[in-house]
Design a protein around this ligand. Structure first.
Ligand SMILES: Cc1cc2nc3c(=O)[nH]c(=O)nc-3n(C[C@H](O)[C@H](O)[C@H](O)COP(=O)(O)OP(=O)(O)OC[C@H]3O[C@@H](n4cnc5c(N)ncnc54)[C@H](O)[C@@H]3O)c2cc1C
Length: 504
């Protein structure tokens, strides 16, 4: 390995996202590799310099530049027509000594971990597992990078905690060829002057800026490092059950009131709550996944690998693409057969890293996810059922529940948010169903947001309608942090379409 960081031009003129939902013509794709000088702090800092040089070159040549995470987004949020940067090799991890922590830090010092942007969720889980710690939450799968996951607001079903960006305590952001900054909340200082000096950076403590940068959708500078707060390793005691889709379950979905809930531990409040509805077999009930947090203790028997069945943490994209060669009339039978084969009532115990494991999609899949208010959950489900009667959707309906986020552009903005997920086969039928759902929600005036990394029909007006003054705060924070030339570099055709590229 070279002692200096490598910026390798691949010469590629086209980029396709990991799950092949679109192809993007590009000017080039660069791979960045850290140097290996034998001193990881020196290597980390040298990579900052290499990235600053690349950003300077992009400014001079009038190119846009965008970091790629794991390329798992279904939407074009990671795409640009200029230069893309593969960050997967940027995976240094630092434990944080007490000299690096501010004396004013109010959290548990053991919980801090500093990760370079390209560490995948899987890599973080592996590291934490060995060190007796755990992520506070994650998505169902683990192929995202830490920076890519937080940039779109990746979530699981931790309705009392939140989404991935909600465990971030500090961000190291490269904002121009001359400047990189450490950004954290003024209300929650984390790092010491020593830490700032070690990174040769400058500190900004500002709640508004920090919250805006958290879900930065790739446009808030180059996030080079992320300080995360982890927690002592815990176990999740999980159950997937078929529960009658009756008033009792609907009440829990609409209120998250678990008193006498028809769930394995009755009134105990779970850590994770998720409902999957197969609209073609409602009589069988809904598949409800509940996971209860337990103190880590051995022995326990972690969930095994079930190659022909959905694993305990899997969401529908993991298997829905197995529906192939369908004619519309056959969709109900095919979905029923698939769901019967994939989803078995089961129970398990495991760590977060053992449960939310690497899912790859099989076949070609589309996914849209909308954040709604709890009170609208059953109305929205009724709408989905009605629309499905008109034209069969080759997929299923899923509901996950997530705490409201402080991040300015988090799509989990309702307190709490129910995320309605429609995972279906890549097909005209799926697209038509999505459009019909979005139109109907608009027509009925039901407020909803979109997961930034999933299929959506957002444009400038819709972003204005959905985010109101939060959108204005995000734009003005971006203008406060980035110089105009950098805002142009970290722009992209999708960002322009969202009307978020505004230079004030
Ligand atoms: C099979 C499958 C399952 C999924 N399950 C879930 C789930 O359970 N929950 C959920 O919420 N989502 C889920 N998703 C969506 C996915 O988690 C998000 O789209 C996530 O953002 C993808 O992360 P990534 O690392 O692949 O980033 P990418 O898709 O590569 O990029 C996402 C954004 O991050 C930006 N970015 C990446 N690195 C940096 C950096 N260093 N600096 C600045 N910006 C950066 C990119 O520019 C882009 O805007 C799933 C997707 C798939 C394909």
């Amino acid at each position: 390995m070279a002692t200096q960081p490598q910026v390798i031009s691949t010469g590629d003129k086209s980029w396709i996202n990991r799950h092949e939902t679109f192809t993007q013509p590009v000017a080039d794709i660069f791979t960045i590799l850290n140097g290996d000088s034998g001193n990881i702090l020196q290597d980390y800092n040298a990579t900052v310099g290499a990235l600053q040089t690349l950003i300077g070159k992009a400014i001079n040549e009038g190119k846009t530049l965008r970091a790629l995470g794991g390329c798992w987004s279904f939407s074009d949020i990671a795409a640009t027509d200029g230069w893309l940067v593969n960050t997967m090799g940027m995976n240094i991890l630092f434990t944080i000594s007490s000299t690096s922590i501010s004396t004013r830090y109010s959290g548990n010092r053991e919980q801090l971990l500093f990760a370079q942007c390209g560490n995948s969720v899987q890599e973080l889980n592996r590291y934490l597992e060995v060190h007796g710690r755990s992520l506070k939450t994650s998505g169902a799968s683990n192929g995202q990078t830490i920076a890519g996951a937080i940039a779109t607001g990746t979530h699981g079903a931790a309705f009392n905690f939140g989404a991935t960006q909600d465990f971030v305590a500090g961000l190291h952001i490269i904002i121009s060829p001359q400047r990189h900054v450490w950004l954290e909340r003024a209300s929650r200082p984390v790092v010491s002057d020593t830490f700032i000096a070690n990174l040769n950076t400058e500190i900004i403590r500002d709640d508004k800026l920090f919250n805006a940068a958290l879900v930065g959708i790739g446009s808030f500078g180059f996030v080079h490092g992320v300080m995360i707060e982890t927690e002592e390793k815990y176990l999740l005691e999980g159950y997937r059950q078929l529960v009658p889709f009756n008033d009792s379950l609907k009440h829990v979905m609409e209120t998250l009131d678990f008193t006498n809930a028809p769930l394995p531990h009755g009134s105990e409040i779970p850590f994770h709550f998720q409902v999957l509805i197969n609209q073609y077999d409602l009589k069988a009930g809904a598949f409800v996944t509940t996971m209860y947090k337990r103190k880590y203790a051995e022995p326990y028997f972690p969930p095994g690998n079930t190659p022909n069945q959905a694993g305990p943490g899997d969401d529908a994209p993991a298997y829905i693409g197995l529906l192939t060669d369908f004619v519309p009339a056959a969709i109900p039978i095919l979905v029923n057969t698939l769901i019967k084969g994939q989803l078995k009532p089961s129970s398990w115990t495991g760590t977060s890293g053992e449960i939310f494991t690497n899912t790859d999609t099989r076949g070609k899949v589309l996914s849209t996810a909308m954040g709604i208010q709890l009170k609208d959950v059953i109305t929205v489900n009724d709408i989905l059922l009605q629309l499905n009667d008109n034209a069969h959707f080759p997929g299923v309906f899923a509901y996950r529940f997530v705490k409201q986020s402080d991040a300015t552009l988090a799509f989990t903005r309702f307190a709490p948010t129910c995320v309605v997920e429609l995972d279906g086969v890549q097909s005209d039928q799926t697209w038509n169903f999505y459009r019909a759902v979005w139109d109907e929600l608009d027509a009925r005036g039901i407020p909803y947001t979109f997961h930034w990394g999933k299929i959506n029909n957002l444009n400038e007006q819709k972003v204005k309608d959905k985010y109101g003054e939060q959108r204005d705060h995000w734009i003005s924070a971006r203008n406060r942090l980035l110089p105009a030339e950098s805002m142009n570099v970290f722009s992209s055709p999708p960002l322009k379409n969202l009307g978020l590229d505004i230079i004030v």
